[in-house]
Design a binder for this molecule. Structure first.
Ligand code: FES
Length: 262
C-alpha cells in the first residue's frame, strides 16, 4: 500500500478523445497513456540522457525515446532496448467518476513488481528462443579479449579454420541496428569454439543487450552468415545465452563513448 495521496491528474473533459496527455504527479512531469481500455502513468523522461518522452512513438505497449531510440515498457517502466538500461518511473492509476487519479507506488510495491516482471520476461524469452538458438550457460573466460590467441587454428581436409581473431574481426561487420555499434564492441560475443566432432564447424555463444530486444533474430542470423562466409568455416552454430546477463560494463570503451554511457 502506497503512503502517498491520490491526486486528480486529468478530468474527464481533459482526456476526452485522447489516448495520451502530459500530466504532473507528485511534482513530477509524467505521461498519462491509454493502452486498450487501461490507463498508465510513466515519468516523462528517458533514463538514458534525460530526453522527454512526450512525443515518443508508442509501439506494442512500449514508448520509444525520440532521441536515441531506447524503448520502455509502459506498464512496467522496464528498459527494453539500449542505450537505456534503467527503468523509467511508473505511477499507480485509479479511474474514478470525475477523472483519473494517480500517485507514486511505494518503494516496496515497485521493487516486487519489477522483480516479478523481469522474471516473467526472462522466462518468456527463454521459452521462445528455442526456434533460433539454444540457451546455455557458459564460461566467459574469452569474452571480448579480441587477442586472437585462443588456439583455434586447425586443419581439416586441407582447409584451415580461421583464427579466433579473424572470426571476431568478421563479427565486427554485424551491427546492432538500434545502436549502430558492432556486436563485438557491444560485448555480446561471449565465446567462439570449434566443435569436437568437426573441426571446421564453430559454435558462437552470444547474448543480447536485453532479453526482449527485437533486433535479436537479425543479429543471430547475421552472425551465422558472417562466420560461414569465412573460408574454412563449414557451419556456424549460434547459442544464445542470458547467463551472465549483459551489462554496459561489457562494452569496449569506444562503444561506451559512442553511446554516451560512462
Ligand atoms: S536520451 Fe533517450 S535514448 Fe538517449
Amino acid at each position: 500500500m502506497s503512503d502517498f495521496e491520490w491526486e486528480l491528474i486529468a478530468t474527464n473533459d481533459e482526456i476526452e478523445g485522447k489516448s495520451r496527455l502530459s500530466v504532473v504527479v507528485d511534482d513530477t512531469p509524467a505521461l498519462l497513456i491509454q493502452l486498450g481500455s487501461f490507463w498508465y502513468v510513466v515519468e516523462d523522461v528517458c533514463t538514458h540522457d534525460g530526453q522527454p518522452l512526450t512525443d515518443g512513438e508508442i509501439i506494442n505497449g512500449e514508448i520509444k525515446c525520440p532521441r536515441h531510440g531506447a524503448r520502455f515498457d509502459i506498464k512496467t517502466g522496464i528498459a527494453k532496448c539500449m542505450p537505456a538500461t534503467q527503468p523509467i518511473r511508473i505511477f499507480e492509476v485509479s479511474v474514478r467518476e470525475d477523472g483519473i487519479y494517480s500517485r507514486p507506488y511505494s518503494e516496496k510495491d515497485l521493487k516486487s513488481m519489477q522483480e516479478a516482471n523481469e522474471r516473467e520476461e526472462i522466462e518468456r524469452t527463454s521459452g521462445s528462443a528455442g526456434g533460433q538458438a539454444a540457451l546455455v550457460d557458459l564460461d566467459v573466460a574469452s569474452s571480448n579479449s579480441g587477442d586472437g590467441n585462443a588456439g583455434t587454428e586447425a586443419e581439416s581436409d586441407g582447409t584451415e579454420l580461421p583464427s579466433e581473431a579473424a572470426m571476431l574481426d568478421k563479427l565486427k561487420s554485424v551491427i546492432d541496428p538500434e545502436l549502430f555499434v558492432n556486436i563485438v564492441d557491444l560485448g555480446l560475443v561471449y565465446d567462439i569454439s570449434r566443435k569436437d566432432e568437426n573441426e571446421n564447424e564453430v559454435v558462437l555463444t552470444m547474448t543480447l543487450t536485453s532479453p526482449a530486444c527485437p533486433a535479436g533474430p537479425q543479429l543471430i542470423a547475421q552472425a551465422k552468415e558472417a562466420l560461414e562466409s569465412l573460408p574454412g568455416v563449414e557451419k556456424a552454430e549460434i547459442k544464445m545465452t542470458l547467463s551472465p546477463a549483459w551489462t554496459p560494463e561489457m562494452m569496449t570503451e569506444e562503444a561506451r563513448d559512442q553511446l554516451g554511457i560512462f
